[in-house]
Structure formats: C-alpha cells, structure tokens
Design a protein around this ligand. Structure first.
Ligand code: NAD
Ligand code: TYD
Length: 381
C-alpha cells in the first residue's frame, strides 16, 4: 500500500530523497538534517518491523518533511518520486540490518539490500539523464553501508581502511557488500555520481531493541537475563548515531564522487565491557532498581554462528580530507543513550509489543547458557 503525505509548501530549495528514514539511523538523520536547516526531506520507507513513524512524530507537520509509505523495490514509485520531487540527492539507508535475522532468514536481505539498491540505482541513473548540466553537477547518490563488508580482524590487525579487501561473513554483510559493488559499478560504468560510506556499529536514540545496546537496556530494566553471545570478547568500534549523521551530511556536501569514506569513532570495546558499562550506568541512574547490581543479570549463551571477532575503523580519510571528527566519546554517548531510553519508556513499550516477542522467542529460546563461555569470560572480567 502506498500512503503519501505530501507537504506542498516545502519551499523552493531542492529536497533530498531519503530511503529507510523511519529506521534507527535514518530517523536520526532526518531529524538532524531538518534541524540543521539543510533543506526539505522526502522519506520513502516500507515500514517493516524496524521502521517506526513515531520516531518522526516531531516533524510530521513540518512543511519541509514529506513521508511516502512504499518499497524501494517498486521501480515505478521510485521513478515517480524522482520525477515529482526533483531531489538534489538520494541518501540510501533502507535495508534489512540485523545479522541474527539474516542468519535466521536471509531472503529478505537479498531482496531489499541487493535488489532494492539495484532498483534505486537504475531509477537514479534514468533520472540523472534528464537533468540539466548544473543539476548534474550537484546530484549525489549517497550509499550508507557498514564496516561488516570487510569481515573480521585479529587482535593485532590494523583497523579497516578504505582499501581493505571485502570479506563479508554473514548474509547481512554479504548483501551489503553486494550493494556496495553495485554502487561502485554504476559510478564506473554509467557515471552515476555516487559515494559510499562504511560505518562502524552505531548506538543512540531510536535503536530497535534487537541490537546489543538497546536490548541490554530494555532487558536490564525488566530484570531479564542479559544474553552475551559466546565469551563476550568480540570487539566492536562504537559510534554515537548523531556523529554518523553529521558525517553523512559532511560527505553529502563535500565528499568526492566515486570515493568511499570509512566512518568510526575509535571506540573499540568488547561486548562484555559494553554490557558491564551499561549495568554500572543503570545502577547509578536507577538507584531504586530492585535488579541492581544489574551485572548479576549477565547470562552467557550459545554464540552466533560465524560470529565476527573484531571490527575497527580507520576514519582518517574522512577526518583529514573533510574535517569530520566524532564529537561524542563512548562514555558521554552511552550515558546520553541510557538517559534517552529511561525517558522514553513508552517508545520502548510500543516497539517491543507484538511481533517483537516472537523474534525474541525465536532468537534466544534455542540458545543454551554456555558454561565454557562463562569460565572464559569470568577469567577476562
Ligand atoms: P534499521 O533496520 O533500523 O532501519 C531500516 C529502515 O529501512 C526501516 O525504517 C525499514 O522500514 C526500512 N526498509 C526496509 N526495507 C525497505 C524497503 N524494501 N523499502 C523501503 N524501506 C525499507 O537500520 P539502521 O540501523 O537504521 O541502518 C540503516 C542503514 O545503515 C542500513 O543500510 C545499514 O546497513 C547501515 N548501517 C547501520 C549500522 C548500525 O550500526 N545500525 C552501521 C553501519 C551502517
Ligand atoms: P549487534 O548489535 O547485533 O550488531 P552487529 O552484529 O551488527 O555487530 O551485535 C553487536 C555485538 O553484540 C555482536 O558481537 C553480537 C553481540 N550480541 C550479543 O552478545 N548478545 C545479543 O543479544 C546481541 C543482539 C548481540
């Protein structure tokens, strides 16, 4: 079903077309972009389980914001939106994004992440051909991707840089790698002015509580087990979502066509460190909690199949070339995030009702608690 709310008074500035703008990073980006006065936004989102219009309630009546309920695989719809809105850029977030879901059911990942990106690229290419010389020089296709395309690192390996060979290990990572390759080919073959960003793990407001940080916060507040996969020594490089949004705006305005920019905050932490830090923050911020100390809720469970051991991003190209720097440290960002979830318990209640419970049952019921992992992890604490 296509449900289009259009704001005819959006002003004369050319809008950007955002895909997947009702998800975690997309909605933070739309809010940040509108707040920065960068121009109008048209948001095309299918509203899967991960898309939530509530994230954008504060801009629903903003004349600079237009929401379109639809699928990026709908070529006719995408062509019509490009023709009607004449965006100066496409910022492509729409994706299936959760590794565990990609292991349980990879099909949707191939359909949206690969086929959907192909559909968008073809529509962008056809649209680009209709533009004037001036419009062409301004048009951009910004493809938002992940560091997971690079595979996994050993403890002593240098961080991923833009020339690190692709070696995706999960169905999610493989589908994003495929989409990156398509974008690259459309630049080289058809001259589409696209740029790719590969970012590390994001955290912050509006993240769906299937991902590590919001899941742990939601579970801890309810006194539920905190399921740490394997020995909890896997390392991720965390970036506060608003820093990612600022990086995307920077790349959109000043990035070089055909280039890739890695985005990361230089915050490598093991999963167990992240969970322990969250528990300490909750002990402090919810002193009356009957579940404190929250660390007692940690439960080591069967590992994720093919679990990547370590990700780390070298963001020096973005920093040196375009002057972007992460503003939030992991400590300040995590504190803000916990405070946001504490202040937005209604949002959490809404997104964790219904189908969410089925996913939690499916993903965690089959994972046994792992005594080997506990022994290893206890030693590492
Ligand atoms: P998300 O799962 O929270 O949101 C995805 C959004 O895309 C949802 O609003 C969903 O409704 C929409 N969508 C899904 N399929 C669609 C389709 N066929 N047509 C239109 N809309 C559709 O994802 P996220 O965490 O916000 O990630 C956004 C992008 O950033 C993804 O491309 C992801 O690969 C990338 N990324 C994410 C992270 C991270 O840590 N979350 C890190 C680096 C890169
Ligand atoms: P996740 O948030 O799913 O992001 P990604 O897989 O894209 O890195 O997971 C982050 C890390 O946390 C990853 O190493 C898997 C781990 N993890 C757990 O230990 N327990 C969980 O319940 C979840 C969801 C993730």
């Amino acid at each position: 079903m296509i449900n289009q709310q259009r704001n005819p008074d959006a002003g004369s500035q050319a809008p950007i077309l955002v895909t997947g703008g009702a998800g975690f990073i997309g909605s933070n980006f739309v809010l940040d972009y509108l707040a920065s006065g960068s121009g109008p936004v048209v948001n095309l989102d299918k509203l899967t389980y991960a898309g939530n219009p509530e994230n954008l309630a504060s801009v629903r009546h903003d004349p600079a914001y237009t929401f379109v309920h639809g699928d990026i695989n709908d070529a006719a719809l995408v062509a019509e939106l490009l023709q009607r809105h004449q965006p100066r850029a496409i910022v492509h977030f729409a994706a299936e994004s959760h590794v565990d879901r990609s292991i349980a059911g990879p099909e949707a990942f191939l359909r949206t992440n690969i086929d959907g990106t192909f559909t968008l690229l073809q529509a962008a290419r056809a649209h680009f051909a209709t533009l004037s010389e001036t419009q062409r020089s301004q048009f951009r296709f910004l493809h938002v991707s992940t560091d997971e395309v690079y595979g996994t690192l050993l403890p002593e390996d240098p961080a991923f840089h833009e020339d690190t060979p692709y070696a995706p290990n999960s169905p999610y990572a493989a589908s994003k790698a495929a989409s990156d390759h398509l974008v690259r080919a459309w630049v080289h073959t058809y001259g589409l002015p696209a740029i790719i960003t590969n970012c590390s793990n994001n955290y912050g407001p509006y993240q769906f509580p299937e991902k590590l940080i919001p899941l742990m916060i939601a579970n801890a507040l309810q006194g539920k087990p905190l399921p740490v996969y394997g020995d909890g020594q896997q390392v991720r490089d965390w970036l506060y979502v608003i820093d990612h949004c600022r990086a995307l705006r920077t790349v959109l305005e000043s990035g070089r066509i055909g280039e890739t920019y890695n985005v990361g905050g230089g915050n490598q932490r093991s999963n167990l460190e992240v969970v322990n830090t969250l528990c300490a923050l909750l002990d402090e911020l919810v002193p009356t909690s009957k579940f404190a100390p929250h660390k007692q809720l940690v439960a080591f469970v069967t590992d994720r199949p093919g679990h990547d051991r370590r990700y780390a991003i070298d963001a020096r190209k973005l920093e040196n070339e375009l002057g972007w720097h992460a503003e939030e440290s992991f400590e300040t960002g995590l504190r803000k995030t916990v405070q946001w979830y504490l202040a937005n318990s209604t949002w959490v209640e809404h997104v964790t009702s219904g189908a969410y419970q089925n996913w939690i049952a499916q993903n965690y019921a089959a994972r046994e608690s792992s005594s080997t992992a506990i022994a290893t992890a206890e030693a590492a604490r």
